[in-house]
Write a protein that binds this ligand. Sequence first.
Ligand code: PLP
Length: 376
Amino acid sequence: MMKIEFYKHNLEQSDIENVCKTLRSIFLTTGPVTAEFEKRFCEYTGLGHTVALNSCTAALHLALLALGIGPGDEVITTPMTFIATATAIMHTGAVPVFVDVEPATGLLDVRRLEQAITPRTKAVLPVHLYGNMVDMRALNAVAERHGLKIVEDCAHCIEAERDGIRPGQLSAAACYSFYATKNLTCGEGGALCTNDPALAERVNILKLHGMSKDAAARYSGKYKHWDMVLEGWKYNLSDILSALMVDQISRLDGYLEKRAAIWERYNQAFIGRPGLTVPSIHGKSARHLYTLWVAPDQRDAILHGLQDEGIGVAVNYRAIHTLTFFRERFDFRPEDFPIAHDIGNRTISLPLYPALSDSESERVVAAVLKVLGTKA
Ligand SMILES: Cc1ncc(COP(=O)(O)O)c(C=O)c1O
């Protein structure tokens, strides 16, 4: 039995050739290919500035730093996310404060936001989980009332739109991931997008040691001295990795259509089945992860059953306040955020990628129904 992988990338021969071209060029580090990638990513997102970085974690960290967030501050976020959302807050010296999530979507519940705001709250960090956008209009209204900055975790969410709003339109910065399993990938990478030129300029300096000029600027034309103007980090993206993505951007919408067709097939098979919940989506989702929520006492048995059927699976995510580090550091109990805790005990992610064939998605459906003990 051939295994159906949880994820397969969509790199094409032309992407590989772009990398080879870069390898034969003078620039391997951040240079003209990265600049071209940033330009094209701005065109796709509709946002004014893109700073390519080596991860979404770096983008979140620098967005918060550039907004002046640090020790003594609190940043509100969700416990139903990848750990990096919260650790990026901690990298600045600030404290992550969780609010529970909506039971139907797993997204940060904006109705609970106000209760979590204290005089130390400086920002809100919503996560567009699975590619489904948080209610940014409602979140922005609360943030404006309390003078809070918004930084969006768009690791799952390049292509989405909700109520006429796309990522980055109502926030200081949108932070993207190009990690190996993401909708747009170079293995390891990220970007910060913003409509604020001053913020983009600051992040450009922070991403490379706090230097006033990057290598491309130093080595073009007559030698120019650089200065160190801020304490910075080493978070830049190389031209080798950018080369893998320059042409991928134009294929994003086609890939989304293919994932949407698989999504519909899964929905038809699963919505309304006893023992299963399919999370709701609002507006246009980026359809990054297709998740099923099953009975918590059966989740691990179902996961293992699917693996036995040759289906690649993942868990996105167990609620992060229940993980040892956060429990010990902040004294969290699982019941502090009961909805996130419950979803974290129920969730299973299924294979979802453009290269997944019809017969493979049928096999996934059949395996889920078999493992659940239900007939198709
Ligand atoms: C929701 C979320 N936030 C942040 C990250 C961190 O992204 P990166 O690995 O690019 O730092 C991820 C990565 O999986 C993620 O899924």
